[in-house]
Design a protein around this ligand. Structure first.
Ligand code: AP5
Ligand code: MG
Length: 191
């Protein structure tokens, strides 16, 4: 099994590209954001707990997402590996993911990082607010907060992974097809 992180700020295209990569390379796409939104939509206790945190653009507690991810990894079948989207989001989550994978005889093999400038991120998320129904897309101040939280809490993971030699930056601006081709070249080299 080969495991990828798909990484980048809010609106950088992680979800869009993950769906395509998962299909092309038989990877299991695990998005903690999608899982948490599904909990909210089903009205579960967990959903109630995280809903106001997410609508402000803050991070939910590390232990919540780590446990969700471990359950999904254990239940996956017939897969070439995992594509972690929007997880890990803190260095503590990264260490927890490594431990969890190591216990199962795996590791994080490659970190794909989508580089997109601030104005393009805001433009994409404001456009998506019209159709997504996502509470965290509605308010431009929440979009800015998500980008700030990314810089402060999530971006330090890049240095952590660069030191391990698994960091692969990709230009995330351009057509969805062109970016997909850039990512596919890297994935093919690793698989
Ligand atoms: P999450 O769901 O992970 O959201 P995010 O990181 O804010 O990122 P998005 O999903 O908004 O963007 P994306 O990079 O996937 O881009 P997309 O492909 O959609 O997290 C949401 C919240 O959940 C967090 O704030 C937190 O509260 C909580 N959470 C989740 N995981 C957590 C964790 N591990 N720990 C703690 N809390 C956690 O594209 C964006 C838009 O741009 C789309 O409309 C798309 O069509 C468009 N687009 C894509 N590519 C292009 C392109 N090349 N050109 C033009 N438009 C494009
Ligand atoms: Mg996403």
């Amino acid at each position: 099994m080969v495991n990828f992180l798909i990484f980048g700020p809010p609106g950088s295209g992680k979800g869009t590209q993950s769906v395509r990569l998962a299909e092309k390379f038989n990877l299991t796409h695990l998005s903690t954001g999608d899982m948490l939104r599904a909990e909210i939509a089903s009205g579960t206790e967990l959903g109630k707990k995280v809903s106001s945190i997410m609508s402000k653009g803050e991070l939910v507690p590390d232990e919540v997402v780590v446990e969700m991810i471990a359950n999904k990894v254990d239940s996956a079948k017939n897969t070439a590996g995992f594509l972690f989207d929007g997880f890990p989001r803190t260095v503590a989550q990264t260490v927890a993911l490594e431990k969890m994978l190591n216990k199962r005889g795996m590791k994080i093999d490659t970190m794909l990082v989508l580089d997109v400038d601030h104005d393009e991120l805001v433009k994409r998320l404001i456009a998506r607010a019209e159709v997504s129904g996502r509470a965290d897309d509605k308010d431009p101040a929440v979009i800015e907060n998500r980008i700030d939280v990314y810089k402060e809490k999530t971006e330090p993971i890049i240095d952590y992974c660069r030191n391990k030699g698994i960091y692969k930056p990709v230009n995330g601006v351009g057509s969805i097809d062109d970016i997909f081709d850039r990512l596919s070249v890297i994935v093919e080299e690793v698989l």
